[in-house]
Design a protein around this ligand. Structure first.
Ligand SMILES: Cc1cc2nc3c(=O)[nH]c(=O)nc-3n(C[C@H](O)[C@H](O)[C@H](O)COP(=O)(O)OP(=O)(O)OC[C@H]3O[C@@H](n4cnc5c(N)ncnc54)[C@H](O)[C@@H]3O)c2cc1C
Length: 407
């Protein structure tokens, strides 16, 4: 039997590495394992819906930024940008892989309070120290560079136009998955419904599939996106990751802007960016932002009318006349503890690895996170970028790494 072209039954009853979730994080990890000359084990990726139509990866805005408040997140994105800009070379000079380029219109953070302006100033110092090209702009600077904005209430803006903007994450994902399969990774369309530990409770031994098979595994990776907490709970582990609904709209403007629109983050949190051809992409969420059901993708049409459109029309008055062409709801796998990734092994069950909680910035982190997780699976340590700061222990130690630049 197959599901969306993938077999539902694994070829073997035992694998060195099993990955739960075959969207961008699971596929990046599988692909990086195939590239690691020191790894010669077997890999199974279990994906409950290989169409990935409900995954965060399918609902993403697919943008990358250097403007983070922590050095590690800046470095992770810098590697992400390098990977995207050299994707064909990185993927073995495979001439089926297209050359990609980041459309660097930049993210423009707007501050309407001195407190947030101070945060932008502090963030810029961190970013500059990593070599990022972030510029701070006064309201006048913004107006002279981008005359279409209303900046009456703006104290400061922050923008970086190098390696910051849209990139084609869907293409990178599909080539990771395709090359991984070609290099011997088994992908199946099935669901992990239970995980078994050894009698001491110190090691994962197997996963149980929805179809009933029990598959032994040497190491197990939780790459299950918004369902990450549900997967961890199969081992009795609690992680602070919740599905949070995020809405997107693409609209056509009657009076398009005659230059690229940066990904503009209004102080209200509503964001809007260039989408090409006189269209723009916009995102936001409701003020009350509860965890939602895994299968709740209902649109709230009132939000556009009552909140999103008035906000963007106030910020960019020529967006008074716009027409929505498409809209969708997706889920962030929100780390409600500190908005940052949870990576690496569980401290007691050391062959169970997290790859969770990416909130709104997982797509751009997928090259570095897949590489780092593959390093850990192979060597039990990181060989390139040290991701230890994102390990699970910070949660049990109540030591958040708060990311201040979130969307
Ligand atoms: C509206 C929106 C806009 C975004 N914009 C950006 C952006 O501009 N830039 C950026 O960097 N990031 C962005 N993100 C975040 C980014 O898309 C995610 O962080 C990233 O896609 C997470 O990938 P993932 O593989 O961890 O999770 P997912 O893509 O959700 O994949 C998890 C997979 O696990 C599978 N799964 C779950 N449980 C099981 C199980 N028990 N058995 C088998 N399979 C299972 C699911 O079916 C799913 O396919 C955005 C997200 C959203 C929703």
């Amino acid at each position: 039997m197959t599901l969306h072209g993938y077999p539902t039954t694994p070829r073997h009853s035992s694998y060195d590495v099993v990955i739960i979730g075959g969207a961008i994080m699971g596929s990046s990890t599988a692909w990086w394992l195939t590239q690691n000359p020191d790894f010669d084990g077997s890999i199974l990726v279990v994906e409950r819906d290989p169409s990935i139509e409900k995954a965060s990866t399918a609902h993403t805005n697919s943008c990358i930024r250097q403007q983070f408040s922590t050095e590690l997140n800046v470095r992770i994105s810098q590697f992400g940008a390098d990977f995207v800009n050299n994707v064909r070379a990185r993927m073995g000079d495979d001439d089926r892989v297209p050359n990609l380029k980041i459309q660097s219109f930049g993210y423009l953070y707007l501050a309407d309070t001195e407190a947030f302006a101070d945060t932008l100033r502090a963030n810029q110092k961190v970013q500059h120290a990593c070599g990022a090209a972030t510029e701070l702009l006064t309201a006048q600077d913004i107006k002279s560079r981008y005359p279409f904005y209303n900046v009456d209430d703006i104290k400061l803006g922050s923008i970086n136009r190098v390696n910051e903007g849209y990139w084609d994450g869907a293409t990178v994902f599909s080539w990771w998955r395709r090359q991984a399969v070609e290099q011997g990774v088994d992908y199946i369309g099935n669901e992990v419904v239970a995980i078994t530990k050894n009698t001491q409770g110190t090691q994962v031994e197997s996963v149980t599939l929805a179809s009933g098979e029990i598959i032994a595994c040497g190491q197990l990776v939780n790459a299950s996106g918004p369902r990450a907490a549900r997967t961890a709970a199969m081992l009795g582990i609690q992680i602070p990751v919740e599905p949070r609904k995020r809405y997107s709209w693409v609209f056509k403007a009657e009076h398009p802007i005659d230059q690229d629109l940066p990904l503009t983050i209004d102080p209200s949190g509503v964001h809007v960016r260039e989408n090409g051809g006189g269209t723009y992409q916009c995102g936001g969420h409701s003020d009350i932002d509860p965890a939602v059901d895994f299968d709740d993708f209902n649109m709230d049409h009132a939000i556009w009318q009552d909140h999103i459109w008035p906000t963007i029309a106030k910020r960019i008055p020529q967006f008074e006349a716009v027409k929505v062409i498409t809209e969708w709801a997706g889920h962030y796998s929100m780390n409600v503890f500190d908005h940052n990734a949870i990576t690496g092994p569980h401290p007691e069950i050391s062959n169970f690895l997290f790859l969770n909680g990416f909130s709104g910035h997982g797509l751009q982190q997928s090259p570095a996170m897949g590489r780092g997780t593959a390093e850990w699976l192979t060597h039990g340590t990181y060989k390139t970028l040290d991701l230890t700061a994102f390990h699970f222990e910070r949660i049990t130690n109540n030591a958040p790494i708060l990311e201040r630049a979130v969307i």
